[in-house]
Ligand binder design. Sequence first.
Ligand code: NCD
Length: 329
Amino acid sequence: MSTVKTSTASALSGAEAFPHRHLTGIAGLQPHEISFLLDEAEQWVDLNRKASKHDDRLAGLTLINAFFENSTRTLLSFEIAGKRLGADTVNMHAAQSSIKKGETLIDTAVTLNAMRADMIVIRHASSGAVQLIADKVDCPVLNAGDGRHEHPTQALLDALTIRRRKGSIAGLKVVICGDVLHSRVARSNILALTALAADVRIVAPPTLMPPDIERMGVTSFTDFDEGIAGADVVMMLRLQSERMGGGFIPSLREYRAFWGLTPERLSRAAPDALVMHPGPMNRGVEIDSVVADDPSRSAITEQVEMGVAVRMACLDVLTRRRRGVPGWA
Ligand code: NCD
């Protein structure tokens, strides 16, 4: 595995390098701010590979992970990130409860605020819910996925994975394929990768392709064989059946035949193309197991590893002001 690091962040220092209070999305971030977070994450990749993975910079601070939607890797990753940096980390699972949008959500925000949380991580099924909470609390809020809107730390961990494997992101042909219509991962990745000057190609069945996607600076294809030709990175998306009322695809078998990543289809990409998937995977639907499990091609477990490092970087950077770090206070 290559550990090449190409830093593209500007020479801005202190709070000027990342002047935002919250991380609600990739939208609104400058390319150098994205690169700054990726550069910051590198030190945590190194720490996380050591036997003792502890740094106490967030000691005394309270992190609340408020998840109103199910999650395995994102929740665990934020929890590990908080603990490795020494924060008191508490998880609130509201996925099965009947908490609704609107007033109840604001009440929740007020409650978390009254408990004097120092960082709040939120996942919610409604687009915009995270911003609503960010507007009501005194501490930094990090979006762990809101509806179909954004999932910024996923895009950051994907960018870090690509940057470390390929050396840099600018000019790479990155194909994002699958259920783009329902995917906050696709949206945040398009924003981050186009900001970092990748050539982003979107492949989706016509029913799962957002109508004005090309306005985001990407090229769109409904034919996977055409879209994948010569790609440096092939990022597959999960078919988000829970967000579909039905009728979007004829059958899973047909979906795999036209939009699944099979070894034959991957052979049309560049010979050293990197295969990615945010997880959880529908094996045999959007991606075949032989591709997902091929260590020479797949970066899927590395994405999970980078997720912890990226989240440590975000928690550290966003709390610098309240911790009185020189240059940030
Ligand atoms: C993604 C999510 O929840 O948005 N998963 C993740 O965070 N690793 C993608 C998905 O659920 O398909």
